[in-house]
Write a protein that binds this ligand. Structure first.
Ligand SMILES: Nc1ncnc2c1ncn2[C@@H]1O[C@H](COP(=O)(O)OP(=O)(O)O)[C@@H](O)[C@H]1O
Ligand SMILES: [Mg+2]
Length: 379
């Protein structure tokens, strides 16, 4: 039995706006589930409906096999962790962690045992006498989580808890959070608009757009087999490039015409495209699957499986104009222009390229993604 389940859940706000359409999902015991999507896609609305802070317009919320729609927030046994951690500044760490038990007038000894147990789990036993003002961001996060999990909630709900932090701290806290959840094994639903955060945290990720679920999958599958053009463009930085292509069926394989470029598709991709029958497709290539030189010249050959095989097929290149170069450290981004549109390639930092140059860029066709131009679904 799923810990929590949503069945055809919809949310229509009073002003008539439908923020969530027909959303169905099962969340398993102990799972770390991420809800990700651009701002305004309905993530907070969903989380608030689960928490009981917002009515469910139609559909069902199941909690351990019972309908939860009409339960008061306090009866749902869910804990929410907020962005600012909502700690009491004048109370010690001990009292902050104990808070939800002490307001329920639990036995002092039991509270003491639980506070110590929780603090030990979170690795903050030595901080129990401090006040929130004397803690680092990571320590505050642990205290807030301690306060949330001490009553052993059915699930932990987190709405963009790291979004107030600077980039460096965010990366650090994200790593901590993943390790903590792994240790606590508390069922967790975590909302973020940041795909990098989603990809590093979750074992399962739900990608949303405009109130609709686009795909639910592991990070690896979202990256390697995005269900549609939206997911493909949303997951990965910089975003996947999309070239509009005309598909021409040949005796063997398929030819993709991108302007005057003739890119040959073979193997499974060609077979799938033939079976699908689309004439107009989006050819999706991630920036890291584009190289400046042919594979035998560079070290790019070993970077990804299939890279070599993909490149050796003739004609898998585009003649482009390099307009900008952005150094990232070990790699650099080449911004290039093709038929009036800008795209991005990610290459090793030592690659010799200059802005203003006309260059031939090679595509790793073994890592290509094809989407139907009409439906935007993966082919
Ligand atoms: N109380 C409300 N009344 C009407 N529309 C709302 C209300 N709250 C949120 N919305 C709208 O619902 C959509 C989803 O909002 P929200 O769930 O907060 O998105 P997210 O958390 O993904 O950024 C947005 O378009 C938002 O403007
Ligand atoms: Mg939100």
């Amino acid at each position: 039995m799923a810990k929590l389940a949503l069945e055809n859940v919809r949310k229509i706000y009073k002003n008539g706006y439908e923020a969530v359409h027909n959303f169905s999902l099962e969340i398993e015991e102990g799972e770390f589930l991420i809800l990700v999507g651009p701002s305004g896609c309905g993530k907070s609305t969903l989380l608030r409906m689960i928490a009981g802070l917002e009515d469910i317009t139609s559909g069902e919320l199941w909690m351990d096999g019972e309908i939860g729609n009409y339960k008061e927030p306090g009866e749902r046994n869910l804990a929410m962790v907020f962005q600012n951690y909502a700690l009491y500044p004048n109370m010690s760490v001990y009292d902050n962690i104990a808070f939800s038990l002490s307001v329920r007038k639990k036995d002092k000894e039991e509270i003491d045992r639980k506070v110590h147990e929780t603090a030990k789990l979170l690795g903050i036993e030595q901080l129990l006498d401090r006040r929130p003002g004397e803690l680092s961001g990571g320590q505050k996060q642990r205290v807030a989580i301690g306060n949330a999990i001490i009553r052993n909630p059915r699930a932990l709900l987190m709405d963009e808890p790291l979004s107030n932090l600077d980039a460096k701290l965010r990366t650090q806290m994200r790593v901590e959070l993943a390790a903590l959840q792994h240790k606590m094994k508390t069922t967790t639903i975590y909302v973020t608009h940041d795909q990098t955060e989603a990809m590093t945290l979750g074992s399962r990720i739900v990608v949303m757009k405009e109130g609709e679920m686009q795909q639910v999958d592991t990070p690896a599958n979202l990256y390697d087999a995005p269900a549609n053009k939206f997911v493909a463009g949303f997951i990965g930085t910089p975003s996947m490039n999309f070239f509009e292509a005309q598909a021409v069926r040949e005796e063997e394989g398929v030819l993709l015409l991108v302007g005057e470029h003739r890119i040959r598709l073979s193997g499974e991709d060609a077979a799938r495209l033939r079976a699908h029958g689309a004439d107009k497709v989006w050819l999706g290539i991630r920036p890291e699957d584009i190289a400046v030189s042919a594979p035998q010249e560079g070290r790019q050959t070993e970077r990804r499986p299939g890279w070599k095989e993909g490149l050796l097929a003739d004609g898998n290149y585009l003649e482009v104009l390099i307009t900008d170069i952005e150094l990232l450290g070990a790699e650099k981004l080449l911004i290039f222009l093709l038929y009036g549109k800008k795209y991005v390639a990610k290459v090793p930092a030592e690659t010799q390229v200059k802005t203003g140059e006309q260059r031939r860029l090679y595509l790793n066709m073994a890592a290509a993604h094809l989407f139907d131009c009409a439906t935007e679904k993966r082919i």
